[in-house]
Write a new protein. Sequence first.
Length: 308
Amino acid sequence: MTDTAQNILKTLGYFDLFQYPLTREEIYLFNSAKVSNSEIENELEVLLSNNNVFRIGEFYSLHNNNLLAERRRNGNLLATEHLITARRVAKFLSKFPYVKAIAVSGSLSKNFATDKTDIDFFIITAANRLWIARTCMHLYKKITFLRGRQNWFCMNYYVDEDAMEIEEKNIFTAIEIATLLPMYGKGCLDEFMEKNKWKASFFPLKHFNNTASPLVSKGLLGKLIERIFSGRLGDWVDIKLMGVTNKRWLKKTENHQLNSRGGHLGMNINRHFSKPDPQNFQQTVIKAYQKKVEEILHHREISASFVL
């Protein structure tokens, strides 16, 4: 079996963790090597003929299960509706002080949603003002609970302009970066992608289509906050807010609190980023993916070395 065939199986294997069959174009874009569309198409035909891969309508999967295709179609349709809301929320969030860029992340960035899907946002802030920006946004989020719209405001990953290169360089973060849906802050998101060119070592064919708009002008309150906290006072307040948040999250982690999806709560925090603890969901996915690939290779009697 060729390297391209193995890469196709690995690509399908990753998305199979989320019960998500792929189109031929997606298999091409998420291939780990530079290959042509025709090569992907030819290898898919061989895999299909050997029942290593199954075609379900317009999708390809490791399983001959029509329900997977139906689930994806329904999820894609619902995602279209969710994205209308996401764009409206992103425009509102872009007005908050020190926000430099906003993109949609998570399942919605992959064009999939269910009735329980949250709208996840990836946010870049001004340097050394992440915690002021985050606190303002999360204080507002508390109000959204009164209207039952808290799932529209899942602002769970922040970096500032001094820490745009993502430390965890693996297939999980590479896919999350590659699938970000840009909303606001075009120039800043371009710089973010430049800082994370390492993504190409995983997906050399998946390019970032930055359709983000420039940031919306800050309102009077946003401008006032940025002016008040522009100097040493801002540095002190930002560090203080980081400490308060860190203490609160450490308590949640020690108490083994779970999120709405049943996962353990945990955050990695420093002056320049606030993100979910990679030891939780991220590492769980990577380990599951490694096991999946080993199963695929063993099942199809492929002798190959596997490196994350």
